[in-house]
Design a protein around this ligand. Sequence first.
Ligand SMILES: Nc1ncnc2c1ncn2[C@@H]1O[C@H](COP(=O)(O)OP(=O)(O)O)[C@@H](O)[C@H]1O
Ligand SMILES: [Mg+2]
Length: 251
Amino acid sequence: MTVNLPDNAAARWQLQGIALRRGQTQVFSDLHLGLHEARIGLIGHNGAGKTSLLRLLAGLEQPQQGQLLWQGQVHASAPSRRVGLMFQNPDDQIIFPTVQEELQLSWQSAHGGSRKQALAGVLEFLQQRGLAHWAQRAMGSLSQGQRQWVCWLAMQVAQPQVLLLDEPYASLDLPGQLRLAAEIAASTQQIIVSTHVLDYVCDFERVLWLEQGCVRMDGPGAQVCAAYEAWVHSQVRPGGGGWAHEGAQHG
Ligand SMILES: Nc1ncnc2c1ncn2[C@@H]1O[C@H](COP(=O)(O)OP(=O)(O)O)[C@@H](O)[C@H]1O
Ligand SMILES: [Mg+2]
């Protein structure tokens, strides 16, 4: 799947010699990457650095060394209007007790205006999607997958130029996954998706396979996903006395 970004929305990231430490963990040591494509998948084992990379792009992590450039400019802090991060766990993202209030915040941060205008915009938005009945729903009455969908809706309300999605399929049911994949395919923004569900990124023009904070493979989704899958199958021997991939060296 090759998607052309409109020129005025073209997102151009450059990571130059990034070192990132989180707590006691040196996640990245000297990471160099250009991220120009409209659709980029991030795959790799747990702990590989997918979330850390997304948090870095979102401005939630500051590197100890190196520079992160956005369209040639140093990207020092989170420019929330341009870049939206959908957290893996919706409960890390959701602030308000109802759907309407949560979306209202996104609306106002993106479009400004009064609370009343934001509410009208949100209600119209929900109506267009056949979800008007969600407006007053309490977050606590929604399943985790439904709360994840609220986070996706919040992004759609705000329309940032770059969408960073951290394992967005993890708690969605199958219809929700298919709907999200279709909406991603139809979006005009740059979208970077981390996932363990390879089917949803194997048709992306670019996928990065991360391993222990390094890029192990970088290329068209079909090739990278096939290589990752083959590697996992060659390494993991359930019932064979443990997980052979843990700490495994590759050559
Ligand atoms: N909040 C944190 N504090 C300290 N270390 C962390 C934190 N979050 C993640 N890490 C470590 O950073 C490394 C990369 O993690 P992460 O980016 O979450 O990987 P992934 O998303 O690929 O599973 C791992 O070694 C993980 O243990
Ligand atoms: Mg993660």
